[in-house]
Design a protein around this ligand. Structure first.
Ligand code: ADP
Ligand code: ASP
Ligand code: MG
Length: 406
């Protein structure tokens, strides 16, 4: 029998009625002859509430205890969905991350899945029981609960699909597929029937939270067939596929933005070998990922100003580390700004077409939007701008690259 992984996000399990709706969808797949593993998120709003509790205790809380708190949201949904399946006459049981087990590394709050032992679960599924698995969580090296970072249930689902050798991983959500831009911001956005793994990877990592970045990485590495579709309407969604499967290639396939950015500038840092290591070493040790980096040499030739961006969740931690390391790094002043956003255009067509960056900068200039930092890769161009211009920038770029629906 074919194995199928179905994942339902927060909105899709946001009320008891919706959970019952999910149970009916799962039942249909079981009756169609599939061995089903369902991965669920916490009911919508629950994880935010739990994260907020942690921050109210202290923004610099112990990440291991954060995981103990935020992993609970998914536990509730597994039990409720298992009960809803029972009510539909379907055999089902709940599995928490540690029960499977889904083994992760010890990077609490953003752990990576290292291995999944599906022996017990697969045997249970083969005996006709639906596995209802808690997304977002696993168990770390010291047998402590771990979580996979916000949006991590997508990664749980794809990892499970890979481990089970499932024929497909269906990600059910509150939109009916992947669009050329966030349909909540750009009403003219178009649904894509297919998107390449690489483009989806860039879109996700640049802010399109419809799939968590690591889930796409994992799907690409293990060649898992992933479909993004709606849990509320019955129609095909978007398939994430290999580049060869796409006949008509756009230069730009999507525009995306990330508000999860913060900018830090260190003024008058001594311009000598080792200084970048002195700054980014302690940040890395504190688990802070640095993204864009800009360095300017001051007029005296002995000092440099250094600007970089980090995830907003790491903001307090980064400021704390840099303040403590001020003497050993040797900078004069630190400026910081959370009111920034990163806007990106993505497309595999950029490999063979020039002029994308120019068109992007020109479009933003016409709207009087100032660019604070730029990064590029083979298939994307990203700019950092003031957060107030987010919607204007995304919409203008969407039209400028001919993505608007007719
Ligand atoms: P879930 O709770 O099901 O995991 P998410 O909120 O994490 O759902 O992801 C779905 C949301 O992603 C949509 O509601 C949509 O606003 C947003 N989104 C951002 N960019 C895109 C895009 N390019 N295509 C589709 N949805 C997008
Ligand atoms: N509940 C978690 C979150 O809100 C994981 C997920 O929904 O994918 O981030
Ligand atoms: Mg999500």
């Amino acid at each position: 029998m074919a194995r199928l992984v179905m994942k339902f996000g927060g909105t899709s399990v946001g009320t008891i009625e919706r959970i019952k709706n999910v149970a009916r969808k799962v039942k249909r797949e079981v009756e169609a002859g599939n061995e089903v593993a369902v991965v669920v998120s916490a009911m919508s709003g629950e994880t935010n509430k739990l994260v907020d509790f942690c921050n109210q205790i202290s923004p610099l809380h112990d990440q291991r205890e954060y995981d103990a708190v935020v992993a609970t949201g998914e536990q509730v949904t597994t039990g409720l969905l298992a009960m809803a399946l029972h009510a539909e006459g379907v055999k089902a049981r709940s599995w928490q991350g540690w029960q499977v087990p889904i083994n992760t590394d010890g990077a609490h709050g953003k752990a990576r899945i290292m291995s999944i032992d599906t022996t017990a679960m697969a045997a249970d599924m083969a005996a006709g029981t639906v596995a209802v698995v808690a997304g977002f969580q696993g168990v770390g090296p010291n047998r402590r609960l771990s979580t996979l970072g916000r949006g991590g249930s997508d990664t749980s689902a794809v990892a499970l699909a890979a481990a089970l050798g499932a024929r497909q991983c269906d990600i059910y959500t509150d939109v009916d597929g992947v669009y050329t831009a966030d349909p909540r911001i750009v009403t003219a956005a178009r649904k894509l029937d297919k998107i390449t793994y690489e483009e989806m990877l860039e879109l996700a990592s640049l802010g399109a939270k419809v799939l968590q970045t690591r889930s796409v990485e994992m799907a690409m590495n293990h060649r898992v067939r992933v479909q993004v579709l709606s849990s509320l309407v019955d129609k095909p969604g978007t398939m994430v596929v290999d580049e060869e499967e796409i006949v008509e290639k756009q230069i730009v396939s999507g525009v995306t933005y990330s508000s999860d950015e913060a900018k830090i500038t260190l003024l008058r840092v001594a311009d000598r070998p080792g200084v970048a290591a002195a700054i980014f070493g302690p940040l890395a040790e504190a688990g802070v990922n640095v993204d864009m980096i800009i360095q300017n040499i001051a007029e005296d030739g002995r000092h440099t100003d250094l600007t970089f961006t980090i995830g907003r969740a790491d903001y307090e931690r980064a400021l704390d580390v840099l303040t403590r390391e001020k003497a050993s790094i040797g900078f004069e002043k630190m400026l910081h700004d959370k009111n920034v956003v990163k806007v990106s255009v993505v497309g595999v067509g950029m490999r063979s077409h020039t002029g994308v960056a120019r068109r992007m900068f020109q479009t933003l200039a016409e709207k009087n939007i100032n660019i604070q930092a730029i990064t590029t890769s083979e298939i994307k161009v990203s700019v950092l701008i003031g957060a107030d211009y987010t919607e204007l920038a995304v919409r203008s770029l969407h039209s400028a690259f001919d993505l608007d629906a007719a």
